[in-house]
Ligand binder design. Structure first.
Ligand code: SF4
Length: 349
């Protein structure tokens, strides 16, 4: 993972020159988008917000910082004077890396990358965290909302990215809200992606309503006992259910423009865990029955046990049959939109 300063050269790179091979590929791709999810054009939601609603959101963001119950940890503290479980104060957000990123789903990273902002700190304590060097340490740069907005603008104008992708932002939602409002005044015009563990509160999601275009929630485990042991958050499951429903209420199912780039909606991730295939099956069934059968889902197989994992039962890679068991349960439940390679070598949209 590059540091903030090391990422600067990446921002200087220009988009690739016209390539007829890519053009042929993209012009075919739009044929694969179901008409219901094909957009002619797209204006980000934050650009449509009235100035009165924008002012209300600013005031609310500051109020939350003075008595922070914004995530399910409900610390109830004034973040201008002390820090809660997330270890982050009020005036800045700590950021580990900002750069165009090509490690996301094809419809998010597109051709020029997703403009990713990796926040340091986290309101969760997953024992298998795949980003623990960022999430559980206070390393990073302190940026004010206005400085964050200036980085979004650099990502847009220099990096030519397709979106601003806020990674693990649950504990800095007020700062994020203020930064999006600042960036809208500076001329930002690409969608905002909120890339979350789903350990969000409804208050926090309502504050984001009208500012976020794409929600990228992860639904991790199904049982409260597993959440307590592996995530250190016993109330994770009920919180995730409530949060994902609210995200879907706000932006609906995932839609694309004809170039195959996602512009609005929910892209749900489930990382299949070793030995927890049954929980994965429950999750996909619940999503089909309670959120939408048209939900765009990425059933992920890339779990890797890191050396620091002290929990024997998850200290191995996921087996092929565990992943395919969850994928099959999703199909049986009626889900049909998966982030997977299609017959033409592109991706299903
Ligand atoms: S965002 Fe941080 S301070 Fe606020 S409730 Fe969550 S953990 Fe506590």
């Amino acid at each position: 993972m590059a540091s903030l300063t090391r990422s600067l050269p990446l921002l200087r790179s220009k988009p690739p020159a016209f390539n007829p091979k890519i053009y042929r590929y993209t012009s075919k791709r739009h044929l694969g988008i179901p008409p219901a999810y094909l957009l002619d054009d797209y204006i980000p939601r934050y650009q449509l917000l009235s100035s009165i609603d924008a002012s209300k959101k600013r005031s609310l963001a500051y109020a939350h910082l003075q008595n922070c119950n914004l995530c399910p940890r409900r610390c109830g503290i004034n973040r201008f004077h002390e820090t809660g479980m997330c270890l982050i104060g009020a005036e800045t957000a700590k950021v580990n890396t900002i750069a165009p990123h090509r490690g996301e789903e094809p419809c998010i990273q597109g051709f020029h990358g997703s403009g990713s902002v990796f926040f340091s700190g986290c309101n969760m304590r997953c024992v298998f965290c795949q980003n623990h060097d960022i999430a559980h340490k206070k390393a990073g740069h302190d940026l004010t909302p206005t400085e964050l907005a200036e980085w979004y603008m650099k990502l847009q104008t220099v990096g030519h990215v397709h979106n601003i992708n806020l990674v693990t932002p649950e504990h800095v939602v007020p700062q994020v809200v203020l930064s999006i409002l600042d960036a809208r005044d500076m001329g930002l015009k690409i969608p905002i992606v909120y890339n979350t563990s789903s350990f969000d509160s409804l208050d926090s999601l309502r504050l984001l309503d009208g500012l976020v275009d794409i929600y990228l929630p992860d639904f991790k485990v199904w049982k409260g006992s597993t959440a307590k042991r592996l995530l250190k958050a016993e109330d994770y499951v009920e919180t995730a259910k409530e949060s994902i429903k609210e995200m879907h209420r706000q932006v609906g199912d995932l839609s694309f423009t004809s170039d195959g780039i996602a512009k609005k909606g929910v892209l749900l991730r489930h990382l299949v865990m070793p030995g927890l295939e049954d929980e994965g099956r429950e999750i996909v069934r619940w999503l089909a029955e309670n959120v939408s059968r048209d939900l765009y889902v990425h059933v992920m197989e890339q779990y890797r046990p890191d050396a620091y994992v002290r929990y024997k039962e998850i200290n191995r890679a996921v087996r092929e049959e565990e992943w395919s068991g969850v994928r099959e349960a999703a199909v049986q439940a009626g889900l049909w939109r998966f982030c997977e390679v299609n017959e033409m070598g592109g991706f299903h949209l």
